[in-house]
Design a protein around this ligand. Structure first.
Ligand SMILES: Nc1nc2c(c(=O)[nH]1)N[C@H]1C(S)=C(S)[C@@H](COP(=O)(O)O)O[C@H]1N2
Ligand SMILES: [Mo]
Length: 559
């Protein structure tokens, strides 16, 4: 570059590239500032989380189901990476636009701030307009930075005193008729001495400073966020769960078949499936946690603390939880030993009666700190099954991912109608009066878990050796119990599998079938029969609206 270059405005590809870089830096600064402010306001109010959450709220059930199926628990990471990729492209484009129309570039950044603010305030967990702050603050800083940086590139518009304006298509009408067009004002812009030339040094300095400052601000935000979670982490470490007054019977010896590759009878916490809409796992401080019970037919409203719950009689139960989004053969099912307070006792103390005894409420709506609402039938909760407010999972306080400090569980019902994590409010109402989160999104109001069975081994497209091949897996029909599992090879007859000893009717049951396998390709199919005598239907249905049905099959090649 010759020494005159710094006196002239920068043009061409180089101008566009530096514009794109300015856009990126502005976007980076905007996100960093927004994330930092969100740490002070509320972690969930940051634009990426808010837009992601709003996207989740608005995703059609079929797409959400597809995402869960293809990305599993990574669906949220993929969503956030997707949002960042889109933001990156937009930042590049706005930066390039700003090389010609500085104001438009900055207005574009501000527009994205508005989108973030709207998303943050529209989330179900948003209770305050302050949730708009992070997006607004980030956008203002980003817009300002873009304006400033692109100013260092010199006046890009060619409508200067020396050079006649380039006539664009939109500008080709006579001035009198055309009036003012966005960004193509006919008025020659007075050359601003500070901005008319390419200020290389100024740009490099400004860009470097902006990048460094954004990184610093972003890291500060992270640290702030981390320290806020610390109270919750400390409160979890301090939890000592008293011995239950009603312990679970030991798991019968024969409940676990000890066959390689069959899901363990008890699912370790770290392996337990996780399904929720939370992009940030809520970190709730147990010492300040409260649960309010109120609504129709509640004659004695109550607000309980975590300590209140610890002082009540505790029950310990093994319960198998299943997600309605679990495909036939899918992984969203797990069995754990839970400790908690009986929900029926608690509700009866509050004066709640089941509809069958004249109670006015037929729906119990549980609400979480992240705004999730989950509606369960009051009749089921009060029918004597072990519905509980769980505090412990496999001998530990609930992990944060699984609802610390308290979650609800109702054996026999899919998680989305029973298992509210991070619960903070229970309202008695009716199904007519209120649709919970998933019901608003086309899932069924009521959803007992369907009888299902799964082949865990051999794996699909496995290549077992000819001879005796152990076919084995799990079957579940919570609160009814599994009475029979059968296996079919190709189009052969149904053969009874051996059933492991039942733990309780609320838990899954392992099964196995020694198969005398001949060489070649074979299809193995499984079906279960529950204690009501119902055999699992062959009819394949999708997970929407109330859970998948059909038989699980595995194709293998015997060598
Ligand atoms: N607050 C909250 N609770 C929730 C959900 C959620 O998205 N938010 N998802 C529900 C669903 S669909 C299921 S299947 C279970 C899953 O519980 P887990 O993640 O502990 O396995 O939690 C339920 N409780
Ligand atoms: Mo679920």
């Amino acid at each position: 570059m010759d020494h005159h270059a710094s006196r002239k405005p920068l043009r061409g590809i180089k101008r566009l590239s530096l514009g794109a870089l300015s856009g990126l830096l502005a976007g980076y600064a905007a996100i960093a500032v927004a994330e930092c402010v969100s740490a002070a306001v509320r972690p969930e109010s940051g634009p990426v989380i808010a837009v992601g959450g709003a996207a989740i709220d608005r995703t059609p059930p079929a797409v959400k189901d597809w995402a869960i199926r293809h990305f599993g628990t990574n669906d949220k990471l993929i969503l956030q990476l997707g949002i960042l990729a889109v933001l990156t492209v937009l930042a590049l484009v706005l930066g390039m636009l700003a090389t010609r129309w500085r104001r438009i570039g900055s207005l574009g950044v501000l527009a994205f701030g508005v989108v973030g603010a709207l998303a943050a305030t529209s989330r179900p967990d948003s209770t305050s307009i302050s949730d708009a702050l992070p997006s607004v603050a980030g956008a203002v800083v980003g817009a300002g930075l873009l304006y400033w940086l692109t100013g260092r590139l010199g006046q890009g518009r060619r409508a200067t005193a020396e050079q006649p304006a380039v006539i664009t298509a939109g500008d080709s009408k006579p001035a009198a008729a055309g009036g003012q067009h966005m960004g193509t004002s006919r008025t020659p812009v007075a050359a601003d001495p500070a901005e008319s030339g390419w200020d290389r040094r100024g740009f490099v300095l400004a860009a470097t400073a902006a990048a460094a400052a954004s990184t610093g601000i972003g890291l500060a935000g992270r640290a702030l966020n981390g320290s806020q979670g610390q109270n919750a982490v400390a409160s979890r470490k301090d939890v000592v769960i008293p011995a239950p007054s009603s312990a679970a019977a030991p798991v019968p010896k024969g409940a676990a078949l000890r066959i390689k590759d069959v899901s363990p009878f008890m699912t370790p916490n770290g392996d337990f499936y996780r399904v929720d809409t939370a992009l940030v796992v809520p970190k709730v401080d147990a010492t300040s946690w409260k649960l309010r019970i109120h609504g129709k037919g509640v004659t004695r409203e109550r607000t309980l603390s975590f300590d209140d719950l610890l002082k009540m009689p505790l029950i310990e139960r093994n319960i198998t939880l299943t997600c309605v989004s679990n495909e036939v053969g899918g992984p969203y099912v797990g069995n754990a030993r839970w400790i908690g307070v009986r929900l029926d006792d608690l509700l009866k103390e509050c004066g709640v009666k089941p509809p069958s005894q004249g109670g006015p409420a037929d729906q119990l709506v549980a609400r979480s700190v992240d705004g999730m609402t989950i509606g369960s039938p009051v009749e089921d909760v009060l029918d004597g099954r072990d519905a509980m407010l769980a505090l412990g999972m496999n001998g530990r306080p609930l992990p944060f991912e699984h609802g610390f400090p308290v979650r609800m569980l109702v054996p026999g019902l899919y998680g989305y109608v029973s298992a509210c994590k991070w619960i903070q409010d229970i309202e008695l109402t009716t199904f007519d009066a209120y649709d919970s989160y998933w019901v608003k999104r086309d899932w069924a109001q009521k959803a007992p878990i369907k009888t299902e069975s799964r082949i865990d081994t051999p794996k699909p497209f496995g290549r077992p050796k000819a001879g005796t091949v152990m076919v084995a897996g799990v079957a579940w029909a919570q609160h009814r119990g599994i009475d029979k599992v059968e296996v079919r090879v190709d189009d052969g007859p149904w053969e009874a599998a051996r059933l492991a000893t039942e733990d309780t009717r609320d838990t899954w049951r392992q099964w196995s079938y020694p198969w005398d396998a001949g060489k070649g390709g074979h299809t193995l199919t499984v079906r279960a029969t529950d204690r009501t005598g119902q055999t699992q239907t062959e009819k394949r249905t999708s997970t929407i609206p109330d859970g998948a049905s059909g038989w699980h099959s595995v194709v293998v090649t015997v060598d």
